[in-house]
Design a binder for this molecule. Structure first.
Ligand SMILES: [Zn+2]
Ligand SMILES: [Zn+2]
Length: 638
């Protein structure tokens, strides 16, 4: 996309009208020897636009904040200007679930960071691989960044590190052993990046950071081992921060959180609590991981054919659980899926997953193992089209071939947006005569995130003065605040912030800075980081709907007449070879537009002429086809 095209959005829609109107009204007087654009501007006829006759053109949905609250007073700003004090800035993860989690905690000129996660694109973002947090706030402050802590090894918490590592200065990096190993594995996929030096930081350990911070790690339960809650001592008071957690009394493959220790923390007084909001709209306690054992074991023991369990490669506690059950039943396990195999190997090496000798077999050994004795643990429970589960369902897997009466267990939740893909695999499996089970039928999955009562329980233990809900859609964060209010927290102590808000925290009050840190999500597409903005995204959406059309016209400089026949090239619009009549009319139209606007002593005004071609050809094509391809005129003066 060139600069020129960005400034002149494609034809149609109110935005384009507005843009060209503004452009015209502000057109300056020409310098000598240049065409007077003003005369065209005043002469340009007003013609009805066709945009509103049809469904609205695609827009890149953007968050709008109409509410403004708790902006500091002038005195606040003056005070903060002098000392700066304690500030919290989220670079991602607020108002969006499972995405771009990252927060900066700043005291004067010292900054600590927690996590650096990626997000997967929504369906209306063609070509985007994923998004990463916007670390623009740190530009020019790199030398203030002293430490970077990681809560756990899931991609929405560590996945963006290779892309933002060079923008955060040179902090000391701290992570628990499994998180560290997964982070190093992630870095390995990006060989050209600076190697990451990570210090192991386990539950119970504490480090001093700079002059102002002390950070202590506490154990908390999630779907992966080594999940940490951070206690951060600052000169203003203690901050407790936990991303993903559940209050699991009886976790699998992990010890429960040390509630006594957390209570003691609450007793000492907590100024601010930041916590996961994922489950804030679900009543009750989320299921304990061990509650899943019963139903999984029942299905696995009753299976008369192959058992295939689809789950997240990152749900390592679930993997351990299935392995343990398989061993009790005397069955074998095989793993498939790139990330599943990687994660299992890492967790085995570090002792987080324990598999008895002889239990695990390789894919090559599948053929020689009796079907009823085999459990395959694979990726693809979200219906991903090239994951192991889909390949098995389609009969395209090299080693695992489906037959009737195999048992499929979807041991994961459905991520919103994936419903139709999951349904597709499910139907495919039913077509093969398989038995299919998911968490809506039986307890074969427990969420890694606490529901309302888990959230309430932790709030009652921590008893913070201020609450800032994190890690959730906006509605979930508000509901998290609602739970705190039910427990007696005054509404004004609940901070519902947006990404990029700079929140000042003082001993008795909080307020939002008038300044905002950059918060637009940064998109990664192939090798490009952050070079895809909303303009490019909108173009991609338009292209994906109606394609494009290039009109190449040669204009004779001396006469202003079209030379030869205009060239018309299209992709994704209509097949021109089958539409000779339309093609002919279009050429005639192009010639008419050009001849009408040039010649007889008129100068050739390229910008204006291109606008005219774009608008009129766009209108013409819409009248003929009710489609709106992107029209790209190219003028060649000969
Ligand atoms: Zn998360
Ligand atoms: Zn997680």
């Amino acid at each position: 996309m060139t600069e020129e095209e960005t400034k002149n959005p494609p034809v149609g829609g109110p935005k384009a009208t507005l843009a060209s109107a503004q452009q015209n009204s502000s057109t300056p007087a020409p310098r000598r020897g240049e065409p007077d654009e003003r005369k065209y501007a005043t002469r340009a006829p007003r013609r009805p636009r066709f945009g509103d006759r049809r469904r609205p053109k695609p827009v890149v949905r953007q968050i709008k904040v109409l509410r403004r609250d708790n902006e500091g007073s002038p005195e606040d700003h003056a005070r903060a200007g002098a000392t700066s004090g304690l500030k919290i800035i989220h670079f991602g993860g607020l108002g969006e679930i499972g995405k771009n989690n990252m927060v900066a905690i700043q005291y004067n000129d010292e900054i600590i960071l927690i996590d650096g996660g990626l997000g997967f694109p929504r369906q209306n973002m063609p070509g985007i691989d994923f998004s990463i947090p916007n670390v623009g706030y740190l530009a020019g402050k790199e030398n203030m960044v002293l430490a970077w802590f990681f809560s756990h090894g899931h991609l929405d918490h560590i996945g963006a590190v290779p892309f933002i590592q060079n923008k955060v200065g040179d902090p000391d990096v701290y992570a628990a052993p499994l998180t560290k190993a997964l982070l190093l594995k992630r870095m390995e996929e990006f060989k050209d990046r600076k190697p990451l030096d990570i210090e192991e930081f386990k539950a119970g350990e504490e480090v001093s950071v700079g002059k102002h911070f002390k950070v202590k790690a506490h154990r908390i339960s999630h779907s992966i081992p080594d999940d940490l809650l951070f206690e951060i001592k600052t000169p203003v008071g203690t901050i407790v921060h936990t991303y993903d957690y559940k209050m699991d009394r009886d976790p699998v493959n992990d010890q429960p959180a040390n509630l006594e220790e957390l209570k003691a923390l609450g007793d000492k007084g907590v100024l601010l609590f930041m916590g996961d909001s994922t489950g804030a709209e679900k009543d009750g306690h989320s299921l304990s991981e061990s509650a899943v054992t019963h139903d999984l074991e029942k299905l696995m023991s009753e299976a008369t054919g192959l058992t295939i369990i689809g789950c997240f490669a990152s749900a390592l506690n679930r993997v351990q659980q299935v392995v343990t059950i398989a061993e009790r039943l005397g069955k074998k396990v095989v793993f498939d899926g790139y990330s599943m195999k990687n994660n299992v190997e890492i967790a085995k090496r570090l002792g987080y997953i324990k598999i008895q000798r002889g239990t695990q077999i390789s894919l090559e050994e599948v053929a020689s193992c009796p079907r009823e004795k085999l459990i395959a643990i694979v990726t693809g429970a979200q219906g991903e089209s090239n994951a192991a589960l889909m390949r098995i369902a389609n009969g395209e897997h090299r080693f695992i071939h489906p037959i009737a009466n195999d048992t499929y267990i979807f041991s994961s939740s459905i991520i919103p947006g994936n419903e139709s893909e999951i349904q597709f695999v499910k139907d495919q499996l039913y077509r093969n005569g398989a038995k299919v089970f998911n968490y809506q039928m039986l307890d074969v999955h427990a969420s890694g995130h606490g529901d309302k009562e888990d959230i309430r329980e932790l709030l009652k233990i921590i008893r913070p003065k201020f609450l800032m809900p994190v890690h959730g859609q906006y509605s979930m964060m508000v509901n998290h605040g609602q739970i705190a209010q039910e427990e007696g927290m005054p509404k004004e102590n609940i901070i519902i912030a947006d990404n990029g808000n700079i929140t000042h925290i003082e001993a008795n009050r909080w307020w939002l800075d008038k300044e905002r840190a950059p918060a637009d999500p940064v998109y990664v597409d192939g090798l490009g980081i952050g070079d895809i903005g909303n303009v490019v995204l909108r173009d991609r959406q338009m292209l994906s709907e109606d394609g494009f059309l290039v009109v190449v016209v040669k204009v004779e400089r001396s006469t202003g007449k079209v030379s030869g026949s205009p060239d018309i090239i299209s992709r994704g619009f209509i097949y021109l070879k089958d539409n000779k009549e339309l093609l002919m009319q279009m050429r005639k139209k192009v010639r008419f537009i050009v001849d009408n606007n040039t010649g007889q002593g008129k100068d050739i005004n390229g910008t204006y002429l291109k606008d005219e071609l774009r608008n009129q050809i766009g209108l013409f094509l819409f009248q003929k086809t009710e489609r709106r391809p992107m029209v790209l005129p190219v003028l060649i003066e000969v």
